[in-house]
Design a protein. Structure first.
Ligand SMILES: [Zn+2]
Length: 244
């Protein structure tokens, strides 16, 4: 961990509910499962919102689209349970075509107003590339956009969707936002003690891994940083705080 990264210790003292907004089944497990586990152990109620149905995540011609959607829900629920996450919402948008439309913004805003999380975790909408061999999936960027556009200016503004207040979902303002995959991360969570469970959660998405043992080996050898002879694993976020 380099000295110049400004590390801000996480402050979850006023956090009771967290909403994780991502594009695909398995995205929460890759990006924030370790953090979600720590939150859940502290009694924080974590909800995963999966925006797309994951129906393109398959190369097996014997599996139909409908079967894959159903399998991926089961896999995500299993992974969430391993991490102490009790609730998973499947928003059902088509995999590969996620866009920040007015329709999905409204649906996400309704969930934010219903769940009333103090903290939301979402992807960085600006990340097009990563390293020198990876094009970021457009759904990941668009999941970031969908989340941000629902959080601001919609969720806490009574002029947006005034009918929702009548349905029992009045405006709601979050107090913290964690953006993952951001180059200016300022919250770095040590998840070393939970790395085995995180890998298990990722591998719960069995439809995605032809050779899970190899994938496990790869993840444990390629991830993490050596520190005084030990390997440390982290998850990092660009954290924003909003005053009351
Ligand atoms: Zn994904």
């Amino acid at each position: 961990m380099s000295e110049d990264r400004k590390i801000q210790q996480p402050d979850w003292s006023n956090v009771e509910r967290v909403l994780v907004i991502v594009a695909h089944p398995d995205d929460p497990d890759f990006t924030c499962a370790g953090t979600a586990m720590q939150m859940a152990r502290q009694g924080i109620e974590v909800t995963y919102m999966i925006l797309t149905n994951g129906d393109k995540g398959n190369h097996n011609p014997d599996v139909t689209r409908e079967q894959l959607i159903a399998m991926r829900k089961i896999e995500q629920r299993k992974a969430a349970a391993l991490c102490g996450v009790k609730s998973v919402l499947f928003m059902g948008e088509e995999d590969g075509f996620l866009r920040p439309t007015p329709e999905i913004r409204k649906r996400v805003t309704r969930e934010i107003r219903r769940i009333r999380p103090e903290l939301i975790i979402c992807p960085d909408p600006d990340r097009y590339l990563s390293g020198d061999n990876y094009i970021n999936h457009p759904d990941h960027r668009n999941a970031g956009l969908v989340a941000l556009e629902a959080i601001f200016p919609a969720a806490d503004n009574p002029m947006f969707y005034p009918e929702m207040a009548d349905e029992g979902y009045p405006p709601h303002k979050i107090s913290q936002l964690y953006v993952h995959g951001h180059p200016d991360a300022n919250v770095i969570i040590d998840i070393t003690d939970d790395i085995e469970t995180k890998v298990e959660a990722i591998l719960s998405h069995a439809s995605q891994f032809a050779e899970p043992e190899k994938t496990k080996e790869w993840m444990l050898s390629r991830w993490g940083e050596e520190e005084e002879g030990d390997k440390r694993f982290t998850e990092s976020f660009k954290a924003l705080r909003f005053d009351e």
